[in-house]
Design a protein around this ligand. Structure first.
Ligand code: VAH
Length: 314
């Protein structure tokens, strides 16, 4: 049985639906700190679990005989800069709780998301390699860098089967993201439908690694079903699909909405984006467990506008 911690979030919610479609709803338990996502709460087994509380997780694991945990709860980059100690406490305590439950053999497999945020301003920005200098300048990035070290340590020392991906920015329409720097790439589509205009908080030429949610979910499922011995990297795998700038997205939207307009008003998140790579080399993921992405920007724009049009104009 599978437990998703942070199931109400942007990735957690879509992971929940996908895992239920594969393994059956009765085998996938969704959990979060509150009931903020009605679709998730009302679509199957849902429990309140505090990711920072070891006992809270352990009770749920024993109640449902869980053997695999996807830990999707975290505070992301932008919010983490507003509340540094909360970001550290949530992101690290939740990871230690799940790793220690695995070490104590209450569970036998863990997925934990890392991020391109582990890279910093001294990392090579183009085609960033799997092994590179990482001096993350955000609290979120620090928690992901340190989290990777702990995942590898628990694998080497306690043989914990923990698997991880350095997600790029993720674009989806079902559940809004919360507190990320790449969130502009989701907001822009909502605003295009609602107002035919978007004021972007990043500069027009800010290139960042991005991925459509369906690709991110596929990568997560793929790495978790890969044979144990095919996972050669137990810190976290670089994972890539495409890279683009706000100007690229704007031009892509204009193909469907010619009179869409965009203005640029960079805020504190520009500094975060400037510290991250422009594009990522994910050759180890493609080599070790046959990763490959599907969606390009045109396909993302078409699906985002089509689905959000239904949402806002139904
Ligand atoms: C964020 N969406 O913006 C997350 C992600 C690479 C970006 O880590 O913080």
């Amino acid at each position: 049985k599978i437990l998703i911690i942070g199931a109400c979030g942007q990735i957690g919610s879509e992971l929940t639906f996908k895992l239920r479609s594969i393994f059956g709803a009765e085998n996938v338990i969704a959990s979060d700190i509150n009931y903020k996502n009605e679709a998730i709460v009302n679509s199957g087994i849902f429990e309140i679990v505090d990711a920072q509380d070891y006992a809270s997780i352990k009770i749920c694991i024993e109640k449902y005989n869980i053997n695999t945990v996807y830990l999707m709860a975290a505070m992301l980059s932008a919010t983490g800069e507003k509340y540094p100690m909360k970001a550290w406490d949530l992101n690290m305590a939740s990871l230690f709780n799940v790793l220690n439950l695995a070490r104590a053999k209450f569970i036998n497999k863990v997925f934990w998301p890392s991020s391109i945020a582990v890279f910093g301003p001294t990392t090579p920005v183009n085609y960033t390699p799997q092994y590179a200098v990482m001096e993350p300048s955000t609290v979120y990035g620090i928690t992901k860098q340190v989290g990777e070290r702990w995942c590898e340590y628990y694998f080497n020392k306690y043989n914990v089967d923990v698997r991880s991906l350095r997600y790029p920015g993720i674009i989806s329409w079902k559940t809004p993201p919360g507190g990320g720097t790449t969130d502009y790439a989701v907001e822009i589509y909502h605003e295009a439908i609602k107002n035919n205009h978007y004021e972007c908080f990043l500069k027009s030429d800010t290139e960042l690694p991005m991925m459509f949610m369906d690709d991110a979910i596929k990568a997560t499922i793929d790495i978790m079903k890969a044979p144990f011995n095919s996972i050669k990297i137990r810190s976290s795998y670089n994972l890539a699909a495409i890279s683009f700038t706000p100007d690229d997205v704007s031009n892509s939207i204009k193909k469907y909405k010619p009179d869409f307009t965009i203005t640029y008003k960079p805020d504190f998140r520009q500094n975060i984006a400037n510290s991250w790579p422009k594009n990522i080399n994910d050759s180890y993921a493609r080599q070790d467990w046959k990763w490959k992405h599907t969606y390009n920007l045109e396909q993302i724009t078409e699906e985002m506008l089509t689905e959000l049009n239904k949402t806002y104009n139904s």
